[in-house]
Design a protein around this ligand. Structure first.
Ligand code: HEM
Length: 389
C-alpha cells in the first residue's frame, strides 16, 4: 500500500482507519474486483497458515496488484503445495541457520570493503548505489553462482518486474531476459559445474527431478528476492535510524549482540518493506472473525499494518530497538514464509552493527522531503539516499 504524505515510515492513515474498524474489510482494486483486506495480525496469521488459502496467481479471484502475464510466473512463491514444497525443498539447504552462520566472515568482508571504498571516494555519496544495493547483490551472486559483473543487467530487470506501474508486456520482457540469462548460466554449469546453487540445480536437472525451465525460474526468484529486499532494508533502515538519533546512538554504541539482533527485528517490523501485502485467494468457504470468506474471494493480508497492530505491539508507531519484535510478519507467515530470512538477518545484523560504527558521523546530505521514496514498487524503500560524514 502506498504511504501517504506524512511520516514516510508509517502505513497510510486510511489503512490504520480500516484496522480500527475491524479485522476484515472489502476494498476495490484497479480491475474493479473487491477482495478482502485483512488488517489485523491474528487474522492475517490464521489465514496465511490455512491450507484452504492459495497463493496460486492463476486461480480465479487472485487479487493481482497489476495486470498479469501468464509467462512471467515467478516460481514457487506463487504456487501451492505439493508443487510449491517440491521446488522449495530443492533450495532450502543453503539457507539453513547453520549454513548461513558459516557465511558470516564472507559477508563481513563484503561489508567492510564496500565501506572502505565509500570512505576513500568522494562525498556526498548515494548510499543505495555505493552500499545498500551492491552488498546483498554480491552475496546472492556468490551463493547462486551468478557473475556480479552482470549486476546492471539483473538489477534493472528486477526493478521492472517489481515495479507496480510496469505494463504486463514490460514485466514479461524483463522476466524473459532474466529467465534467458539464468538458462544460459545453467547451460554453462551443466558442462562445467562449480560450488554454487545453480550448479547444484543442474544435478537435479540431470537426474530428471527438475526441468531446466523450472530451474531457471527458481534462479530468477532467488536472484530478485535475494537482493532487492535486503537492499531496501539497508537504505530505508539507515534513513529511519538517522531520523531517530537516540535509537541510532544506542545501536552504534553497543557491544551487545542481542541488542543488534533486536534492532534488526524491530526495523523489519517497523518498516515492513513488502508493502503490497500477501496476496491470496480462498479455495473453500472460510469463516473468520464473524465473516464468511467465500471460495474464489481474493484476500490481501496487509502485513505492514499487521506489524503495527496495537494488540500485539504496544505503542506500535514507536521505533524501539529494545522491544521484542521477533514475532513480526515482515517475512510473511505459513508455508511461504521467507526462505532467505536467516541470510537477510545475518546481512542486516552485520550492516547495522558495522556501518554506523565505522562512520559515526554519517548523516543525510539532503532534506528528508527531497528523498525519492518507492511509492510505485511492490517493495518499499528509497531510490537514492545521499549521505555524507
Ligand atoms: C529483509 C529482507 C527480506 C524480506 C523483508 C523478505 C520478505 C519476504 C516475504 C514477506 C515473503 C513471503 C511472500 C508470501 O508469503 O507471499 C518472502 C518469501 C521469499 N523470500 Fe524473502 N525477504 C527478504 C530477503 C530474502 C532473501 C535474502 C532471500 C534469498 C534468496 C529471499 C528469498 C525468498 C523466497 C525464495 C521466498 C518464497 C518462499 C516461498 O514461497 O516458499 N528473501 N520473503
Amino acid at each position: 500500500m502506498a504511504r501517504a504524505a506524512g511520516c514516510p515510515f508509517d502505513p497510510p492513515p486510511a489503512l490504520r482507519a480500516k484496522q480500527e474498524e475491524g479485522p476484515l474489510a472489502k476494498v476495490r482494486l484497479w480491475d474493479g474486483s473487491t477482495p478482502w483486506l485483512v488488517t489485523r495480525y491474528a487474522e492475517q496469521r490464521a489465514l496465511l497458515a490455512d491450507p484452504r488459502v492459495s497463493a496460486d496467481i492463476t486461480q480465479p479471484g487472485y487479487p493481482s496488484p497489476a495486470p498479469i502475464n501468464g509467462s512471467s510466473t515467478i516460481s514457487f512463491i506463487l504456487m501451492d503445495d505439493p508443487e510449491h514444497a517440491r521446488l522449495r525443498r530443492m533450495v532450502t539447504a543453503p539457507f539453513t541457520i547453520k549454513r548461513v552462520r558459516a557465511m558470516r566472515p564472507a559477508v563481513e568482508k563484503i561489508v567492510d570493503e564496500l565501506i572502505d571504498d565509500m570512505l576513500a571516494g568522494p562525498k556526498p555519496v548515494d548510499l543505495v548505489e555505493a552500499f545498500a544495493l551492491p552488498m546483498p547483490s554480491l552475496v546472492i551472486c556468490e551463493l547462486l553462482g551468478v557473475p556480479y559483473s552482470d549486476h546492471d543487467f539483473f538489477q534493472d530487470n528486477s526493478k521492472t518486474i517489481i515495479k507496480r506501474d510496469a505494463t504486463p508486456e514490460q514485466r514479461a520482457t524483463a522476466f524473459g531476459h532474466l529467465a534467458g540469462y539464468l538458462d544460459n548460466l545453467l547451460g554453462e554449469k551443466l558442462t562445467d559445474p562449480g560450488d554454487d546453487m545453480l550448479s547444484q540445480l543442474t544435478e537435479r536437472i540431470k537426474n530428471g527431478e527438475l526441468s531446466r525451465q523450472e530451474a531457471a525460474q527458481m534462479g530468477v526468484l532467488l536472484l530478485i528476492a535475494g537482493h532487492e529486499t535486503t537492499a531496501n532494508m539497508i537504505a530505508l533502515g539507515t534513513l529511519a535510524l538517522l531520523e531517530h538519533p537516540d535509537q541510532l546512538a544506542l545501536l552504534r554504541d553497543t557491544d551487545d549482540e542481542k541488542l543488534v539482533t533486536s534492532a534488526v527485528e524491530e526495523l523489519l517490523r517497523y518498516l515492513h518493506i513488502t508493502h503490497n501485502g500477501r496476496r491470496r485467494v480462498a479455495l473453500e468457504d472460510i469463516e473468520i472473525a464473524g465473516q464468511l470468506i467465500r471460495a474464489g474471494d481474493g484476500m490481501i493480508m496487509a502485513n505492514d499494518i499487521g506489524n503495527r497492530d496495537p494488540d500485539v505491539f504496544p505503542d506500535p508507531d514507536r521505533l524501539d530497538i529494545q522491544r521484542d519484535a521477533r514475532h513480526h510478519v515482515a517475512f510473511g507467515f505459513g508455508v511461504h514464509q521467507c526462505l532467505g530470512q536467516p541470510l537477510a538477518r545475518l546481512e542486516l545484523q552485520i550492516v547495522y552493527s558495522t556501518l554506523y560504527r565505522r562512520i559515526p558521523t554519517l548523516r543525510l546530505a539532503t532534506d528528508l522531503e527531497k528523498i525519492p521514496f518507492k511509492h510505485d514498487g511492490s517493495v518499499y524503500g528509497v531510490y537514492e539516499l545521499p549521505v555524507t560524514w
